[in-house]
Each structure stands twice: as structure tokens, then as C-alpha cells.
Write a protein that binds this ligand. Structure first.
Ligand SMILES: Cc1ncc(COP(=O)(O)O)c(C=O)c1O
Length: 446
């Protein structure tokens, strides 16, 4: 029997569609679009380019011998369990250990309220899946994590951004946004927030704002989705108290081993009020049957056998050195009209360009000058952010970071010069090699 192929490959005008299945996709796929800047990153990942774009954790300091030993021990002694299906909620021993990890941020939780997920990315997906119908509102910081915005878009949510400043989400702006949306009759499903070492803004929610944010959400009967993958990566400070530590009913907390151990295991979690946890497990079962047993047991063995807190300390020192290199280079070289923050942890600096410059338009020229960043527009659902960019310092060496900033400053100075001469910004210039070859993982956008 011959397979029936879609008949709409050719249009009436004789032109050919790139995707002949286009009329068959569900409406929700309209929100699933490849980033406009994705093609550039295939060029940006070449070794001659200093990438200040990627958010990949730098795991070169991990003791691979220790991890290898733990894994071979796991295969030898518990291989038939590790390679079998497991519980939809996740490995019970790992869930206990996750509770120990969260205790560092003041959270007292029961392992029964934890659901293990495939990275915290899947937790964002599952939470959105169980709460959001098309048109429901999700409130996000401005800017916000691109991977979460992608999920909200895929579930056809309306994202409403709320202002942040150097102390994180601004409570009065949140109150106003909630009141405004509710007055318009639309339903807010949750406030999505990254309180610590924000991706991409690099800021941390001030301690005195935390109870206020919780109070605003409690009063308005709006859930908080607290996404905290960087919380243990502060440079000179103890972990901040989680929002969830002071509010068990109104907060769903997300955590991850991607930044504190290794992202390749894809192990994260959600801690949720009991009823929500039950729904999350059902959603997890329908998505994956269960999170991968092998990964969970490997993470569990690592936590059991290794000084993981000592390892996190090493990571923090390594990232602090890189943060210092970036901030020093920015201080030394950036034109005074540019502004940036000094993060106290995490991976990212948010830089705002001199007036009139457009980061996205500048990116092809920057890549030609062999430096890459992520333009601010990637972190907004509504097209804002053109004057800003995210610079990550997590991966390159301090020397490469300084060189990257030097190249970036060269590009910015040229743009400023051209603007003075012609009184306007330039459009995007074509970059040789774009759109060719590898269009692989979008890890530059984590
Ligand atoms: C704020 C934030 N949330 C969630 C994730 C997803 O991380 P993972 O799925 O690896 O746990 C990331 C990754 O960069 C992130 O920055």
C-alpha cells in the first residue's frame, strides 16, 4: 500500500512550500518558532569566536574519576534497578536527598511532595501543562528566561512582563500588573520568577522584597512559580532564603542539578503543594512514564559519595573569577554610556547599550568581529529589549572573556561612530556563512 503524502507541497502560484505539513499542525505549534538568531550561533560556536552567548555550565572541574567510579559501582551492584522503569514521581532516595539540598535555602519539605523531572525545564513544562489554558496569563519578569518563555508560548499563554530593577522584581509594579490583568477579566495562572542570580538579568531579589512579593500574590490569589537553578552559586554569600521557605501553599519551587553538578544527567525537580504534586505526577507519567532511573541513581550516588558541597564551592570560586574578569574588562573598556550590573552569583551580566543602538542589529557585525552575545529581545515575549544584551561569563577563560569584551567594545564604538555620522542605527549586515551547516542544540539560549 502506498503511503499517502501531503498534497499541498505546491501552491497554486507554482511556488513550493518549505514545510508541506504546515496545514496539519495543531494551533499551539504556531508558538514554536526557531529563534531568529539561532543560525548565528552555528557561526558563534566556532573556536575563533569568543562566545559570551552560551549559558552552558562550566563543568571542567568535575572529578570525572569519582563520577565514573560511582557509575560503574551503580551498574555492577544495582544495574538491573538503574536500567529499569521507575516511579513516575522519581526515585525515593533521591527525593530525600533533594530535601537535604533545599534545606540549605530554608525549605523544610517532605520527599512525598517532590517530583523529579527531566531537568527543571521539564518542570516548567509540566506546571504550565497542568495549569494553563490558551489565553491564560503568566506574569514574568522583564526580561525572563528564554526557555520558560518558549514553554509559555507553546501552551498559548499570554505573557505579561513586570519591571525589575537592581533589587529584582519590583513589588509595586507586580501589584499594578496583577490588578490590571484581573480588572480586564483575564485569569492569571502564576507569577514566574527567578529570584536568585537571574537569567538573563543577573540580579537577585532583595531579602526585604521577598515577603512583600509573597503577600501580593497571596492577596491576589495567584500562585508563584519559583525557578531557582542558580541559588547555590552565590559568590560571597550564603544561599538566600527561598520564597517557598515562607509559603508552602502558594509556591511551586523548581530546582536543578544542572548547574551544581552536571546538565547531562537532566535531573531537576518540582516541590509542590500536595494536590498539585499529584497532578504533576500524572502529567509526568503521560509525558515520560517516569524520569530516567539511571540518571537519578547516578545523581543520588554522586551526592552520597562525593563532597558535593565542596564541589559547589569550587564552582562558585571559578565563576567568581570569571565574573571578576568580565566586570573588570567592562569597567576598563566599555564606553561610559553603556550600563551593566555586577552579579553576586550565577552566570550573567545584563548590558544596556548607549542610546540608539540595537543589539540584535549589531549581532551579525559582532560575530564577524568574532564575539557573540544574546540580544535582549530573546528574553521578552513582546519585542522589547532591543537596546540590551546578555553577556555570560560562565564558560570562557578569564583571558578569553577580556578578549571578547575588547572585540565587543570595538563593535559598539564603530556603531556609535556611525550613528554620529549618519544619525541613525544600521540595519543588520549579512554575515558570511550564516544559515549554513550545523543548526544544532540551542544551548546558547539556556
Ligand atoms: C532560569 C532557568 N530555569 C531553568 C533552566 C533549565 O535547566 P535544566 O533543565 O537544565 O535544569 C535554566 C537553564 O539554563 C535556567 O537558566
Amino acid at each position: 500500500m502506498s503511503q499517502q503524502l501531503p498534497q499541498n507541497r505546491h501552491r497554486a502560484d507554482g511556488s513550493t512550500r518549505l514545510d508541506s505539513y504546515v496545514d496539519r499542525y495543531a494551533a499551539r505549534t504556531q508558538g514554536m518558532t526557531a529563534s531568529e538568531i539561532r543560525a548565528l550561533f552555528s557561526v558563534a560556536s566556532r573556536p575563533e569566536v569568543v562566545s559570551l552567548a552560551g549559558g552552558m555550565p562550566n563543568i571542567s572541574g568535575l572529578p570525572l574519576d569519582v563520577v565514573g567510579e560511582a557509575i560503574s559501582d551503580l551498574v555492577a551492584n544495582r544495574g538491573s534497578t538503574a536500567m529499569q522503569y521507575g516511579s513516575g514521581q522519581g526515585d525515593p532516595r533521591l527525593r530525600e536527598q533533594i530535601c537535604d539540598v533545599m534545606r540549605l535555602e530554608g525549605i523544610e519539605a517532605h520527599p512525598d511532595d517532590v517530583v523529579v523531572t527531566v531537568g527543571s525545564q521539564q518542570a516548567v513544562d509540566l506546571v504550565t501543562r497542568i495549569f494553563c489554558d490558551p489565553g491564560d496569563v503568566v506574569i514574568c519578569e522583564a526580561p525572563s528566561y528564554v526557555g520558560a518563555l518558549g514553554v509559555f508560548k507553546a501552551y498559548q499563554c499570554d505573557v505579561v512582563h513586570v519591571e525589575m530593577d537592581e533589587h529584582g522584581l519590583v513589588p509595586s509594579a507586580l501589584r499594578e500588573a496583577i490588578a490590571h490583568v484581573q480588572a480586564s477579566g483575564r485569569r492569571i495562572k502564576f507569577v514566574y520568577t527567578i529570584p536568585n542570580y537571574h537569567n538573563p538579568a543577573g540580579v537577585t531579589l532583595a531579602a526585604e522584597r521577598r515577603p512583600e512579593i509573597l503577600e501580593i500574590c497571596r492577596e491576589a490569589d495567584v500562585l508563584v512559580l519559583e525557578d531557582n537553578p542558580y541559588g547555590l552559586l552565590g559568590f560571597d554569600e550564603e544561599p538566600h532564603r527561598a520564597l517557598r521557605a515562607d509559603e508552602a501553599d502558594g509556591v511551586i519551587y523548581l530546582g536543578s542539578f544542572s548547574k551544581t553538578f552536571a546538565p547531562g544527567f537532566r535531573v531537576g525537580w518540582a516541590l509542590a503543594p500536595h494536590a498539585v504534586r499529584e497532578k504533576l505526577v500524572l502529567a509526568q507519567e503521560s509525558a515520560t512514564l517516569c524520569p530516567p532511573s539511571f540518571s537519578q541513581m547516578a545523581v543520588s550516588a554522586y551526592l552520597e559519595k562525593h563532597d558535593w558541597l565542596g564541589q559547589i564551592k569550587q564552582f562558585r570560586e571559578m565563576y567568581r573569577e570569571r565574573r571578576d574578569a568580565m566586570v573588570r574588562a567592562l569597567d576598563d573598556m566599555m564606553p561610559p554610556a553603556a550600563r551593566w550590573n555586577v552579579p553576586t552569583g550565577g552566570f550573567y551580566v545584563w548590558l544596556t547599550l548607549p542610546d540608539g543602538l540595537d543589539a540584535k542589529a549589531m549581532l551579525p557585525r559582532a560575530v564577524t568581529a568574532r564575539v557573540a552575545f544574546v540580544p535582549g529581545t530573546a528574553f521578552f515575549a513582546d519585542g522589547f529589549g532591543a537596546q540590551s544584551m546578555r553577556l555570560s561569563y560562565c564558560y570562557p577563560t578569564p583571558e578569553r572573556i577580556r578578549e571578547g569584551v575588547r572585540r565587543l567594545v570595538g563593535v559598539i564604538e564603530e556603531e556609535v561612530e556611525l550613528r554620529h555620522t549618519f544619525g541613525t542605527g544600521l540595519g543588520a549586515a549579512p554575515t558570511p556563512g550564516l544559515n549554513r551547516g550545523y543548526d544544532g542544540p540551542t544551548t546558547d539560549l539556556t
